[in-house]
Write a protein that binds this ligand. Sequence first.
Ligand SMILES: Cc1cc2nc3c(=O)[nH]c(=O)nc-3n(C[C@H](O)[C@H](O)[C@H](O)COP(=O)(O)OP(=O)(O)OC[C@H]3O[C@@H](n4cnc5c(N)ncnc54)[C@H](O)[C@@H]3O)c2cc1C
Length: 425
Amino acid sequence: MVIWLVRDTCRVTDNPALHRAFQIAQTRGAQVLALACLEPRRWADQQFGLSRVGSHWMRFRAESLRALRQELEALDGGLWLSSEEPVYAVNRIQQQYSVITLVCDEPVATEERLEVARLEAEGYQTVSVFVDDLFRFEQLPFDLDELPATFSKFRKVVEKKPSLLPDRPIDSPTVGGCIAQGWADPAEWQEALEIPLDPNTEVPTHGGGESANRHWQAYLDAGALSHYKQTRNAFQGPMQSSHLSAWLAHGCISPRQIWWDTLQYERDVEANESTYWLRFELLWREYFRWYSRASDWTLFRRTGPSDQVFGFDQNVRRFERWKTGHTDCDIVDAAMRELNQTGWMSNRARQLVASHLIYESNLDWRLGAAYFESQLIDFDVASNWGNWAYIAGVGPDPRGGRIFHLDDQADRYDPDGSYRSRWLL
Ligand SMILES: Cc1cc2nc3c(=O)[nH]c(=O)nc-3n(C[C@H](O)[C@H](O)[C@H](O)COP(=O)(O)OP(=O)(O)OC[C@H]3O[C@@H](n4cnc5c(N)ncnc54)[C@H](O)[C@@H]3O)c2cc1C
């Protein structure tokens, strides 16, 4: 048995890990077993007294896994779901089958790396594949310990090398035949599937590749990409930014596909600064993935990867006011209420509420990062903790942190106050 360990990649198309699993299985005369674990360390655990996953994220992940199972069933296979840590689930499978190898995506942060180490310590052979990155490590012109210190330097290095392009997306495997699931599904999964989508959500995001592709196609068909750079900072509007983040974070759509689709759009429709800018933002996502790998556990400490002294506290009352949207700063309160109700917040609003938590509420930045982790539908460890560290000045920001003038920002991006009145009612 070759196990494909599903972590954050809920799709079969453009999935090099699944291909690799089938390849190994073929050469070894084995079969593939697809396994996804709803690890208790995330689904049931806490950090700073906050749950690690929120209901919006749970619903989206459960739907994405259901869609993945359907995609695998179409290939004559199935998806095994477990509520255990991978090492226990794999031990259980080992009692029934002989496990040759585990194939998984290349760990992006400390817990994921330790998960693989635990499996190896148990005697399993593992193969890690770059699945949700634009680039494979071998493509990059630097080692991880020489990762450019800032995003701008990273982007320049990457863009200066014309041959450095994301791999072209690959089709679903055609060999087929994952083993159908052999045990009952966890209750947590069933419960998560029953969580309703909030009707106030800007874009009705349902987990799964089909809904991801439908949304992305509609975005392209509407020509929204042609105006992306001018509109992406808006607080509201379904076509102002791409709204792809949840589907990217749960691996329902591949970043390489988005990249190549924008190039196709430039050939078929038009090429301008906006059409380039979506790739620019995907490079931010990419940078934070490599930054997280390079920083490892230091990304989660108070002084951050850059080891800056950071003096703010964890005052419970101030944190409660920020969390619940009662800071007396309208734009922050509106955005926090949107987050709490829908699991979503625009990029600009995320920057503003982060600036408030750190520089006005004077709180430890990690409280904000942990709270986002517990609420965001699109939580992604590298993008979340990387952006928080960046704004707090303990990450890869050459300016040593970002302080936003909140009233000016609100006037600029919500000139008629409609976003604020929508959420402050
Ligand atoms: C404090 C803070 C926390 C954040 N936490 C997360 C998180 O947990 N998960 C997450 O996916 N994004 C996070 N972001 C990045 C960004 O806010 C979201 O990706 C974006 O708002 C999602 O909306 P969109 O898909 O419409 O983005 P678009 O503007 O359409 O961008 C397209 C894609 O590019 C990527 N991207 C854009 N901006 C960034 C960025 N600054 N950093 C990394 N990737 C980016 C995302 O994958 C996004 O889907 C955070 C930003 C801040 C300031």
